[in-house]
Write a protein that binds this ligand. Sequence first.
Ligand code: GLA
Length: 727
Amino acid sequence: MSIVFEESTRTFYLEGSGMTYAFFVNKAGFLEHLYWGAPIPREPLFHIRVAGSGYATASRPGRDVIDDPYWSYQLCPPELCFFGLGDYREPTVQVVNPAGDRLCELLYTGHEILPAKPPIPGMPSLSGGETLVVHTADAVTGFAADLYYTVYEDCPALARRILYRNGGGEAISLRRAFSFALPLPGREYDTLCLPGAWGRERRAVRRPLGPGVLAVDSKRTSSSSSMNPFLGILSRGAGEETGEAWGFSLVYSSSFVLKAESTFDGITLITGGVQDFDFSWRLAPGEEFAAPEAVLVYSGEGLGGMSRGYHDAFRQHLIDPRRAWEPRPLVINNWEATYFNFDSDRLLAIADAAAGTGIDTFVLDDGWFGKRNDDTSGLGDWVVNGEKLKGGLGPLIDQIHQKGMKFGLWFEPEMVNEDSDLYRAHPDYAIAAPDRSPCYSRHQFILDLTRKEVRDCIVEAVNRILAAYPIDYVKWDYNRTVTESWSPALPTDRQGEFAHRYALGLYDLCQRIVKANPTVFFEGCAGGGARFDPAMLYYFPQIWTSDDTDGEERTHIQYGTSLVYPLSSMSCHVSVCPNHQTGRITPFATRGAVAALGAFGYELDSTRLTEEERKQIREQTALYRRDQQLILAGDLYRIDDPGRGNFFSEAVVAKDKSRALLVTYRRLNPCNGNPHRLRMRGLDPARRYRIEEMNLTLSGAVLMGVGLVPRYERTDFSALRLHFEAE
Ligand code: GLA
């Protein structure tokens, strides 16, 4: 891994695992992109420049330093784009100057190569090594932008961000402050995004990129289930393991936008960051605005290579290193077993019936606090409900611990019900716009995290519980989105700062609660998986993937989520049938096999299981513990996309290729159906593998080239787990 600046050509070569990234400082001082793709030698790349072959009508800034009559910004593949001065593409930044004009011309003023990547104060980002910082500034106003680039030797990721600074003498306003710009050559690409909704999170959608601008975004002050902060650009015809893929993922949890612009000048421009709709940010002289980090991954091995690149980047450099590789708690959660209707005896009975099955953590979900017998009251009052938990929380936790299990507790720290002591004491802590009744959602409001006194109040209440009891695990939920983006703490002309300030407030909360309680294991959640993003992964090593626990639906949700996020980050639980969300009945074994492709657990009433189901739980937990290193550290190879046919198959292969786990699922059992020939992926072709369940030993070459024929049960929704051991 190295970052090199070649003085003679003023070219930066960034060489990371599996990639080269190159750009140069042109004669005007503009940062002109040259290349991002598979590794190449450090040769001059100027033969690809379009300047000079462009059209004569291009506008250009009034300067003669470029000895090319056709030179213009519009024709240069940019590292950063600004509006005006002849460039009509999607800008990376827009600033309103004291005079009211919106121009800036950010040109090179210098660079540094840092041995260690500096963190972004107050924001999550990847850790990492060598980092290039390129300084640019506008000579007229003093407005400046520092572009950060980090490459890695252990994953094909490139971390990028921009730090904006007002170097002038008067306040200015940012209207857009994106994190990166990246031009790809040509316009023949497909796009990949992860839209969804509650219960249908991250359903992968691929489509050709046409002319114009494609945007994927959220305006919800959360990353949201409606669109994940990820955009993939794929070479046409790229497949699961073939062709090129470029991924763009934002380490960000608030409103965002990612755009792909197919320009008539022959490039595809990708850009994005903090959502610029409803955004403005005042910068006083000397002040800075840090755009969140974007993680870019290059793959020459199709979608699979891109996903493995993200999985490695997030496991090695984002998820808390103390947790990333650690065996995960094997949870039983009482939510679907009891909803709000429980007392200590009922909870202990569930724990009792789970103890000894291999389940090692009991998680008490919503309803243990305040006056909380349904979702109309109690949020915000983080005091134990003594009517439900007789004797309080202490004796319950002690008894769970005595059963040899750990104890987890649910919180929804960002929320308040109108019917709560917190709201009665501080109605202004809830987000609302002046003179308007706020929107209700699940009978609750969101607390104004932009205000320090509100955050202090939350931190005090949650940390008080965590300090008072020996709690091992916390599930941090977030069950609605912001509707009124307004805070009394911000002046009228700064209300456009609200959504980003909410994210900064959330990160501050996480820092002071999650990072301040290092012995507690934290799981993220958001009304299912509505805030499943890299910024949350920085705090929560795993996130509840979806409230939809139906075995069939989960194949689609987990498939889409796996495009970017590692299996170990997806909390996946086995629940009862008929499924509470869909009413569907699937075999217990199938639910177990699908959930085992994640951070495994149960969400059911263990007192109502049949002997057969209890036996299956014991087998499933033992198998999960046996396979957990693959889930934590293996390479994922997707084989069958459930959105394209009757099957869902995924293999996880150890990095040294000594072992693999294959989960394969057949949705419907057709009468007289054809056998499903499944070709393995990711094995070492030269080694021989024994497939335990089939009593078969074959070379990796045969298993991948010829394949095998799984023997599914003669029923719908049938799944198999096959283990491969190298000889
Ligand atoms: C959300 C979560 C569920 C559960 C409920 C409790 O919907 O996704 O798992 O915790 O809240 O109210």
